[in-house]
Ligand binder design. Structure first.
Ligand code: TYM
Length: 339
């Protein structure tokens, strides 16, 4: 019998997360998990090793627990196929990373946009940020994961993962399952394109937690009415036409995208609802209400989840993850002559 594909994702934990992280990766993961967890393995992990790259955050442990609570507050249903774990508690991730470092080339890591963005203009750049995608590839390949719900900014890393797996397989046989292509990922998530939620003040850019301006981003910890005000003051354009055109009208398109994702509606339906309308204020009002209601409900649910629930899930999840990951690592070690 053919094994159902494994679905896997991770989200770093340095601080509270943005609506971009939520809509780009977390919510799609929860929706896919709830739809497929009777047949697929669902791996949700905290890349805590990736989280110490930027700076070692004294709050890491508290943030880690909270980041897993986000999935539960977003409606993740726990079944025996749902596995929660910490990357650092499964040492096979680091072990495979080293082996894949011997497969990856400096040239291909140098070309990663995230590395270029984070290193540009700096005199000194840590090796961690350079090697980030190889650890990410290990996170995926250890579990034969096919679908990886992530935002569009991470697609390049998925492509790299496919390339490393292909290179390894070519030499040693079919050891790794290749994750689906970005196009297949998008189809599986039932979204039009890769999701990239935009900065509210500068919609040419993606919404990012590192942007200093508080009005540019909505954090899941924002007071709901304050978040609604940020939507009301979002940058739009002067074309006076509500339509989806990320190139010429990124601000308006971003609002349509947020409205669709928050209400679990096909983007096309939201676009049709607003087609022919010209009052940007009406659209902003509607999206502001959606954001406010979402945050009110989400924050209430989050406050009700006990730390103990998360630790219980981690305990069983980490036993599972170590078993699966060690099996794959063992195979890989045999291939390269370490066993
Ligand atoms: P991180 O923590 O930087 O981002 C978490 C997820 O949020 C998505 N994201 C966005 N999506 C849409 N619009 C935005 N404005 C936006 N900003 C962030 C990111 O694409 C990501 O999916 N490298 C991963 C963490 C990771 C991982 C993995 C994921 C490590 N290993 C293995 C999947 C599989 C990352 O970017 O985390």
């Amino acid at each position: 019998m053919k094994k159902s594909p494994t679905i896997l994702t991770g989200m770093r934990v340095n601080s509270v997360i943005t609506l971009g992280n939520f809509l780009g990766a977390l919510l799609p993961m929860v929706r896919l998990a709830n739809k497929h967890s009777d047949s697929s393995e669902i791996n949700i992990f905290v890349p805590d090793l990736h989280s110490i790259i930027d700076s070692v955050d004294g709050e890491l442990q508290a943030n880690l627990v909270r980041s897993l609570k986000y999935y539960l507050a977003a409606g993740l249903e726990i079944t025996p196929h749902v596995h929660l774990y910490r990357q650092s508690r499964v040492p096979a991730h680091s072990e495979l990373c080293w082996i894949l470092n011997c497969v990856a080339t400096m040239g291909e890591l140098n070309r990663m946009t995230q590395f270029k963005d984070k290193s540009s203009g700096k005199d000194s750049v840590g090796v961690g940020i350079f090697d980030y995608p190889v650890l990410m590839a290990s996170d995926i390949l250890l579990y034969d994961a096919t679908y990886i719900p992530v935002g569009e900014d991470q697609f390049q890393h998925i492509e790299l993962t496919r390339r490393l797996a292909e290179r390894f397989n070519k030499k040693y046989g079919d050891i790794f399952v290749l994750p689906a292509t970005p196009k297949e990922q998008v189809e599986f998530m039932s979204v039009n394109d890769g999701i990239r939620i935009r900065d509210l003040q500068n919609p040419e850019k993606k919404m990012s937690k590192s942007t200093p301006s508080p009005n540019s981003k909505i954090m899941l910890s924002d007071e709901p009415s304050a978040a609604a005000r940020k939507i009301m003051s979002a940058t739009t354009d002067s074309l006076g036409k509500i339509q989806y055109d990320m190139f010429n009208q990124p601000g308006i398109s971003n609002l349509l995208q947020i409205e669709a994702l928050l209400n679990d509606l096909p983007l096309q339906d939201v676009i049709s609802t607003w087609a022919g309308e010209t009052h940007y204020g009406d659209l902003k009002q509607k999206v502001a209400e959606s954001v406010q209601t979402f945050l009110e409900v989400f924050q209430e649910k989050l406050a009700d989840i006990d730390d103990g629930v998360v630790f219980d899930l981690l305990q069983t999840g980490e036993v599972y993850a170590n078993t699966v990951a060690n099996q794959k690592l063992h195979e890989v070690q045999k291939c390269v002559g370490l066993r």
